[in-house]
Design a protein around this ligand. Structure first.
Ligand SMILES: NC(=O)c1ccc[n+]([C@@H]2O[C@H](COP(=O)([O-])OP(=O)(O)OC[C@H]3O[C@@H](n4cnc5c(N)ncnc54)[C@H](OP(=O)(O)O)[C@@H]3O)[C@@H](O)[C@H]2O)c1
Length: 253
């Protein structure tokens, strides 16, 4: 279970849990931390096949280094289930990344309470209550929570009357937890700009007009977010900060 490093030193494994970690940005974070010697817990909801495939791949690289847990974070039962399963896998958690998210428009004419639950629960409620349940595993000095926010937490996206406010609440939760959990646990956020287009159709015109707003002139890559997550984990004097990784889009748009 605990291997030795190249110098023959005994290494205690560090653990990371990433919600929504089976594909896209979450999977990239899992892979980068795994490459940096972390054991990984991949949370998924509907993408169990992807989670299993990723976990199998990582276990081929290093045996018993990756596990996956299915849970729907739209309900508190799902949040509790994820926390309970995580505790069966490890008694220590060094990094928690609240990455799982729902994203769709809710114009005022159509918005209803189901949308409220669908968008508030995974984006805001689950990070709070999952943290509450898992904080007891974060006993190592300099443990780290990283919340994946959005540049639209600060500047509204048209017709997204719940998603933007949910991410704004997550941003404030990040700063609030940073204050409450210091000095032992650092809490930071990453606000991606346009990294991967959503699974729903996005027209070429919309893509073009978004790219025109990006000073660097292109979309980012999941690796840009993963590298920032690793940087935040390694930066022991940074807490309560939210870093925009957006090619400069939020400077002026
Ligand atoms: N993509 C971008 O360009 C971009 C831009 C700004 C911000 N962000 C933020 O960056 C993060 C990652 O982005 P992404 O595009 O990779 O995310 P995504 O694909 O939209 O969602 C990530 C995962 O969230 C999980 N999820 C959704 N609803 C859930 C629920 N009810 N219970 C449990 N899990 C649920 C899904 O897991 P399953 O597939 O297993 O169901 C999904 O794979 C998100 O927080 C997003 O808001 C992304």
């Amino acid at each position: 279970m605990y291997p030795w490093d190249a110098n023959g030193e005994f290494m205690t494994k560090k653990w990371i849990l990433v919600t929504g970690g089976s594909k896209r940005i979450g999977a990239e974070i899992i892979c980068l931390f795994h490459k940096n010697n972390f054991n990984t817990i991949i949370h998924c909801n509907s993408s169990m096949d992807d989670a299993k495939r990723l976990s199998d791949k990582l276990n081929t690289q290093r045996s018993d280094s990756s596990f996956y847990v299915q849970a729907n974070l739209n309900s508190i039962e799902g949040v509790n289930r994820l926390a309970e399963e995580a505790q069966k896998i490890t008694s220590e958690l060094n990094v928690l990344v609240n990455n799982a998210s729902t994203f769709y428009p809710t114009p005022i004419a159509d918005v209803n309470e189901t949308d409220w639950d669908n968008l508030i629960n995974p984006n805001f409620k689950a990070p709070l209550f999952l943290t509450q349940k898992l904080i007891k595993l974060m006993t190592a000095h300099d443990s780290s929570i990283i919340n994946i926010v959005d540049i639209h937490s600060q500047r509204p996206l048209k017709n997204h009357l719940i998603y933007g406010p949910a991410k704004a609440a997550l941003a404030m939760l990040t700063r609030s937890m940073a204050k409450d959990f210091a000095p032992r646990i650092r809490v930071n956020g990453i606000s991606p700009g346009a990294i991967l287009w959503p699974d729903q159709d996005v027209s070429d015109n919309t893509k073009e007009s978004i790219i025109k707003q990006i000073p660097i002139g292109r979309c980012g890559e999941p690796a840009d977010i993963a590298k920032t997550a690793l940087f935040l984990y390694e930066s022991s004097y940074i807490t309560g900060q939210i870093i925009a990784v957006d090619g400069g889009r939020s400077i002026g748009w």
